[in-house]
Ligand binder design. Structure first.
Ligand code: 9D3
Length: 252
């Protein structure tokens, strides 16, 4: 996959893309990054990329010319571009794992990042999709772009090793992860559940499934609403729910 990033702060990306898994993926030529500073595409002498809003008011607005000219000089006519152009914006569609899976199918992605100011409305016409990473205010679209890039890249074939396989992701099942333990068996008085040491793999599998359901029910009940359950999951969830309602009846 090739990934183009349009930003006035290309240096913000160098750490994340040149570390760990993304670094390895570039070395294996699974991903290529192209950082473009759209400030250098500004038609003005001082290379300014923003201006005050028509109609008045505080703050500045990102001008359309530097962004269009950077995007068109790198991607060509956007109508003929074979990938997806993504505009990072607080007003975008909330980013979810499903979007990461869809974007991972593309050959090429282009991210447009603003920095603590809105885009001139006409910039939106350049983009195929507008993406937000959640309901909190950040200083720019660079970190959101990195979040999306990280989530997408780890899904590309070969990017993760066997032991890090994305097939094991809890969000594939739509549940939170079950509790995990490693050595030592006892640490500061806290012990590993006996079942994990029992060697009974069927019992361990059921325990993990139920613990994943328990965690999800406790911490993220919203995730259970949209879930397609297997018969076994339904049974384990019903057990949990009846135990919880019995506890409530007994005044716990
Ligand atoms: C002064 C600018 N604000 C006017 C009310 C709006 C504003 C625009 C741009 C506030 C913050 C930003 C910077 N944020 C992003 O570009 C951004 C973002 C975010 O802040 N939260 C979650 N997802 C995203 S994607 C891009």
């Amino acid at each position: 996959m090739e990934i183009h990033i349009f930003t006035i702060f290309p240096e913000m990306f160098r750490g994340p893309i040149n570390t760990s898994i993304l670094k390895r993926a570039q070395e294996q030529q699974l991903i290529t990054f192209n950082l473009i500073d759209f400030r250098s595409y500004s038609p003005s002498k001082h290379q300014n990329v923003d201006d005050s809003p028509f109609g008045g008011g505080a703050g500045m607005v990102l001008k359309p010319e530097p962004i269009y000219s950077a995007v068109e000089s790198v991607l060509g006519n956007v109508q003929d571009y074979h990938g997806k152009i993504l505009l990072m914006s607080p007003q975008g569609e909330p980013f979810k794992q499903k979007m990461a899976r869809d974007l991972a199918q593309e050959e090429s992605l282009a991210f447009i990042c603003g920095h603590y100011e809105g885009f001139d409305e006409r910039v939106r016409a350049l983009a195929d999709q507008e993406i937000s990473i959640g309901d909190y205010v950040l200083t720019g679209g660079e970190i959101p772009a990195m979040v999306v890039i990280d989530a997408v890249c780890r899904l590309l074939p070969g990017v993760l090793g066997e032991s890090e396989s994305p097939l094991a992701d809890s969000f594939y099942h739509g549940l939170l992860e079950y509790p995990q333990y490693t050595r030592p068996r006892e640490f500061r008085g806290m012990v590993v559940p006996d079942i994990l040491l029992s060697g009974n793999h069927e019992e361990i599998r059921r325990w993990r499934c139920q613990e994943a359901l328990r965690r999800t029910l406790q911490r993220r009940p919203d995730l259970l609403k949209t879930q397609d359950f297997s018969d076994e999951e339904r049974e384990l969830l019903a057990q949990l729910e009846s135990r919880i309602s019995n506890l409530e009846k007994s005044g716990c």
